[in-house]
Every structure is written in C-alpha cells, then in structure tokens.
Ligand binder design. Structure first.
Ligand SMILES: [Mn+2]
Length: 346
C-alpha cells in the first residue's frame, strides 16, 4: 500500500484496476462470477471477469468528475473455482437442450439435461446471494461482474432484503423478460422477469436502450405498470428531433424511486464497444451517453444501492471488449461512491 502510486502504470495483482485495497477495507466490493451456462448464441462471458481484471490494470485512475478517485476503496473477491467447474457441466447440458430445440424436439426429450442446468443455476444463485448478503450486512455496496446476465439475481435478491422499496435501472439491448427462455428458469434472457416475479420489493424497472425483444416481452412491458422501457428507437427519435440527452436522462431518472440498483448488460452499448458479446445488436448507447447518464444518477438525490456488469466477452485476438468493460465498471464504481457520499451528506 505504501508503494502505491496512482500515476504509475497498474501492476497486475489480481484485483480490478490493480488497486491495493483488501476486501475488508473496501467500501465497494466486486464479485467475479464466471458463468455463462445458458448463453444462447456465443458463449465466452465466463472469461469476462478475468479479462476485465487484466484489462483494468491499464485504466487510468484519474477522473475528471470524481476527485481522488484512486482513493476509493474498491475490493475484489476471489473468483470461486467451483463456479467454473459447474459452469462447464451446465454448459454441456445446456447445449444438448438448445440443440434439441433447434432440431424441433420437445423439451421433454432432454428433461434430464434441463434439470441439471436448472439445478446448477439455482446453486449459483444461492452462492451469489449468500456472498452478497454477507457483504451487504457489513454495510458495503456489492457489484457483480459476470458472466452472462443471469448471474446478478442473487445480488438483487440480497439487496432487496435491506430495502422496502427499490427500482432497477436496466441498460441492455434486450428486455430480458422471457419466461424460462429455452426451458432454463434462470436464463440470461429471463433475469428481469425473474426479478419482477420473485422480488416483491422491486417497484420499478426502467429499461434503457432496449432494441431486440419478442412480442411476449412487449406485452409484459405494456401491461406491467412497474415497467418503463426507454427503447433505443424512442431515445434516438427524441435525439434526432432535437431533444437533449440531458432531458432524456432526466426523464429516465424521474421514473426511478429513491433506491436504485443498476444492472448493465454491455450490449446496451453500441456493438462497436462490445463486438464479441453473446448477442450484439446494432444501435445502443455511446460510451459518453452511458457516462453522462451514470454521472447524472450519481449527482441526483437518489441512492445507488448495488450494481452489476454482465455479458463482457473477451476475444483471444483483441483486448477491446475487456478494455471497454473495465472502463464501464470503473465509472460505475466511482460514480456509486460519489453518489453514496452525497446522499450521506444530506
Ligand atoms: Mn441482458
């Protein structure tokens, strides 16, 4: 610690951003969850946490908006090796299920594989829940780093037990409101459906940059009064017709209650920022639009209570996806700190 100089290049130490802080000393704790069992298109996000850790050593800790950002105590939990082992087993069985569906077979023909995936997913959720709950009880903010978008369920469940009422700001290309997509109860494509149906304290889901969803999901969006989707089309139309991004961010913020959990699927950003993610879709937020929205939340009177970043998928040929992922994660951490400090001051 005494040797740490934020102006030097980061020395890889296994922690996000090569920061020197222990988990015990930290205010924000990052939990890497290398899990992508139910990925439907391109697997690889189970390598996301390590790739982000590697790339994050290059992120400059200085920030124009947050004074002394390097002093913010961000701790890294160790990656649990059993998750990787269970992920390979679950993935193998998930592929059997997906293949059967693609060949027009009924789910009943792959019942055993489906059960294995669903049971291992429940086990994963329980691990994430217990881990997050322990640190939340110590007054810390927990950020989950996936992995596919199924992994934050346990964090959201754990934080819901601390607050009577909270909302989720969900940045994503997809609505993730599928009901047990491909038979997988805890599919990456079902995360927000599961939160809305299993977490009663969740009073508001505000989605941003959504641009790829099915009719069943559109019906849920239109019929559930808890949901407000700022689709990519709506956002861009407003921008093209002269509205400012600031005013759109204000509208987004207005929909959210006092306590906000932020769930970020990297594919909510433009695909040139995440070309290797599982299911890239044209359109989406620029990095700067994302940054501005997050800073506006940080500076608001509302409180950020937890977050996740999912679906960052590294490529063997390029560090780009992980580089962007690391910067998205850093901004989310330091703005959460800025926000919590301001809210506490009031
Ligand atoms: Mn998603």
């Amino acid at each position: 610690m005494t040797n740490f100089n934020p102006n030097d290049p980061g020395m890889a130490n296994g922690n996000f951003f090569a920061l020197p802080y222990s988990v015990d000393d930290s205010e924000i704790i990052l939990l890497p969850v290398p899990w992508d069992a139910t990925t439907s298109y391109k697997p690889g996000t189970h390598m996301g946490p390590n790739a982000i850790i590697d790339a994050s050593a290059q992120v400059d800790l200085y920030d124009e908006s947050v004074p002394n950002a390097w002093e913010i105590k961000i701790g890294t939990l160790e990656q649990e090796q059993s998750i990787l082992a269970n992920n390979s087993i679950a993935r193998e069985h998930a592929v059997k299920v997906i293949d059967a569906l693609e060949n027009g077979l009924e789910l009943s023909t792959v019942k055993d594989s489906l059960n294995i995936v669903n049971n291992l997913s429940e086990e994963l959720n329980l691990f994430v829940y217990n881990t997050c709950k322990k640190h939340i009880a110590e007054g810390k903010i927990v950020g989950v780093v996936g992995g596919d978008h199924s992994v934050p369920f346990g964090n959201i469940k754990a934080i819901s037990e601390k607050y009577e009422d909270f909302g989720i700001l969900h940045i994503d290309a997809h609505a993730d409101l599928r009901v047990a997509y491909e038979g997988f109860t805890y599919s990456h494509a079902s995360i927000l459906y599961n939160c809305l149906s299993q977490i009663p304290q969740l009073s508001q889901l505000t989605q941003v940059a959504i641009r790829d969803f099915c009719e069943q999901e559109a019906d849920i969006i239109n019929s559930d009064p808890r949901i407000r989707s700022f689709t990519d089309i709506e956002i861009k139309r407003n921008l093209f017709e002269g509205k400012t991004w600031k005013s759109i961010c204000e509208s987004i913020l207005t929909t959210l209650p006092q306590n906000i959990y932020i769930s970020i699927d990297i594919d909510g950003l433009s695909p040139e920022l995440c070309p290797n993610t599982g299911t890239p879709v044209p359109g989406g937020l620029s990095f700067r639009e994302f940054d501005y929205l997050m800073l506006m939340i940080a500076n608001s009177k509302k409180r950020v209570i937890g977050f996740d970043l999912c679906e960052v998928s590294p490529s063997p040929d390029s560090e780009w996806d992980a580089n962007v992922g690391a910067r998205v994660l850093y901004k989310t951490c330091i703005y959460t700190h800025l926000n919590n400090n301001k809210v506490q001051d009031k």
